[in-house]
Write a protein that binds this ligand. Structure first.
Ligand code: AMP
Length: 290
């Protein structure tokens, strides 16, 4: 496995790899959720590139940038064992040199829900993903459905800017009790860890309500809210269209039930689809080879 640290080195390393090339961007503290993305890349690509970068541009003031878990040496061992060909570990100075002033803004879609709670977040995500796609030039890029709005933002970005990358959504990997794996879960205390799976249970209660004949979004939200313990401070709980993230009164075949909730100092994100077709793995409207 080759580790690259500069844009120039990375361009040279990826040019030597066979196609199709799969790409898995991460912020490190690698867990089985990240490895599911690597597995999906390896299953459909001739070579796999990962990146490891805690991107300061996607953290707002007062958020957990300094606190974000980091263990580069361990991450490298795990990536190597998983068969990753190249890992790009950039520095902020290389990616955002003095005078950097370009923005990538996705209107509307990135302003709802997660975008409303974390106003600079998706601008930072869109910027880093655009830069990484331009540096690595993958054919396919793999993102977790756990971060459903991020997946929608990246799909929209790739399509709108003709980046020539097909964005693949990979199902959420969970602990046996249903908690979605996340690098931030290590901050949960033992008591918080014990109640954390209730978030997913509440979403499942919402999904069951959605399956009842004639139910509307209000019924789904009521069922999910009833199932949530007071330990959580809810940032949002909503029925949304999986592409636009607009909230809808009615449940459709594109509906997701999404939630963000805080448990102590840890913020948990999760979602379930309310119809089997709500999250196609591949983006049917993406233009390949652009
Ligand atoms: P992060 O390092 O948290 O920025 O995540 C990097 C990628 O891994 C993103 O595409 C996430 O959606 C994805 N990811 C994180 N947790 C999971 C999980 N539990 N299951 C599947 N994908 C995940």
């Amino acid at each position: 496995m080759k580790v690259t640290r500069t844009v120039v080195e990375t361009r040279a390393a990826v040019a030597a790899l066979p196609r199709p090339l799969g790409f898995v961007p991460t912020m490190g503290a690698i867990h089985a959720g990240h490895l599911a993305l690597v597995d999906a890349a390896e299953a459909s690509c001739a070579a796999t590139v990962a990146s490891l970068f805690v991107n300061p541009a996607q953290f707002g003031e007062g958020e957990d940038l300094a606190d974000y878990p980091r263990d580069e040496a361990r991450d490298m061992r795990v990536f190597a064992q998983a068969g990753v060909d190249v890992v790009f570990v950039p520095t902020a100075d290389d990616l955002y040199p003095d005078g950097f002033c370009t923005q990538v803004r996705i209107k509307s879609l990135s302003e709802h829900l997660e975008g409303a709670v974390r106003p600079v977040h998706f601008e930072g995500v869109a910027l880093i993903v655009t830069k990484l796609f331009n540096i690595v030039r993958p054919d396919l890029a793999f993102f977790g459905r756990k971060d459903a709005q991020q997946l929608a933002v990246v799909r929209r970005l790739a399509r709108d800017l003709d980046l020539g990358v097909e964005v693949i959504g990979v199902p959420t990997v969970r602990e046996p009790d249903g908690l979605a794996l996340s690098s931030r879960n290590i901050h949960l205390t033992a008591d918080e860890r014990a109640v954390a799976p209730d978030l997913h249970r509440a979403l499942q209660a919402g999904a069951r309500a959605a399956a009842a004949p004639g139910s509307v979004s209000a019924d789904v939200l009521a069922a999910a809210s009833r199932a949530l313990t007071p330990a959580f401070t809810i940032d949002y709980l909503a029925v949304v269209d999986a592409d636009t993230f607009e909230q809808t009164d009615h449940v459709t075949e594109r509906s997701l039930l999404v939630a963000a909730a805080r448990l102590g100092r840890t913020r948990l994100l999760d979602n379930v689809r309310l119809s089997p077709s709500a999250y196609p793995e591949r983006d049917a409207t993406a233009r390949k080879g652009a």
